[in-house]
Design a protein around this ligand. Sequence first.
Ligand SMILES: [Zn+2]
Length: 311
Amino acid sequence: VTERTMINLPKNLELDKQCTVKHPFSLEGIGVHTGVSQRVNVSPLPAQSGIWFVKKEADNLTYFPALMSHSQPFNLATCVGVNRKNSVKTVEHLLSALYGIGVDNALISVEGDEIPIMDGSALPFVEAILKVGIKTLPANKRILILKDEFYQESHGSSISFVPGSSKTFRVSFEIEFDHPRVGLMDRDFDIDPETYVKEICKARTFGFWKDRIALHKIGLGLGASEENTIILTSKGIRNKEKLRYPDEFVRHKICDALGDLALTGVYLRGNLRLSKSGHALNRQFSKWVFEHAMKKASLISTRPPQVNVLA
Ligand SMILES: [Zn+2]
């Protein structure tokens, strides 16, 4: 990855209206865990549909919404499906891109078990979305105004949410790794499409070189390489490509957290603080938000979209 096309959001983006993609797009690449080449297609859906997956296997099409009701337990990536077996894993960067830009409605059609990892960031998805364009729809965005606070900790990690009276959604993340290139990193951003595109979507996944054999033994990380992961050795970084930001690691954690939050089906206002959190803990917060969202049923659609996706 050297030359990058300029990515810009449309100037007339209405932040309080629902959106979809203007045209379908496809991306292909290997899955970071399966190591198998995968194809994903994203196409428009009408207002109030939400984000849906359709998994194609032989002649079977299985539909499921990108919502916590269909989240499957998996600690190294975000996984959605009807059950553990019939699911799609590593959905977080694509969902993060849709959520970060503000695409509320789309159908994600998948032929394999995993979303391609591309360059390890959400950037290739952002570029693809912006290339086909964003269409504003005649419905208000689903914004959930929470009154309660949330706090959960687990094994030295924590996640807390304090609802704010302001119009912003602020996410702060702290990580700490005993590594000369990482150490302690703490960042926060007011999340909006512009900040997402500029500051968050380019940050890549990272992993430790020493962990690879243990991962391979359990059949994971089979597609990981310097092309899609920042690989940390005991003293440095294996990749030829330089870091995209000095604190790329913590920015990627924010990118992932937004992908996990996308499964709530709603946008939030307030302050979210994550400390050393990962997918498992993020999922607990998303579950709590989703339960609140479901009480306001009109916020969330769980009916399969009425579209024909055979192609
Ligand atoms: Zn990630």
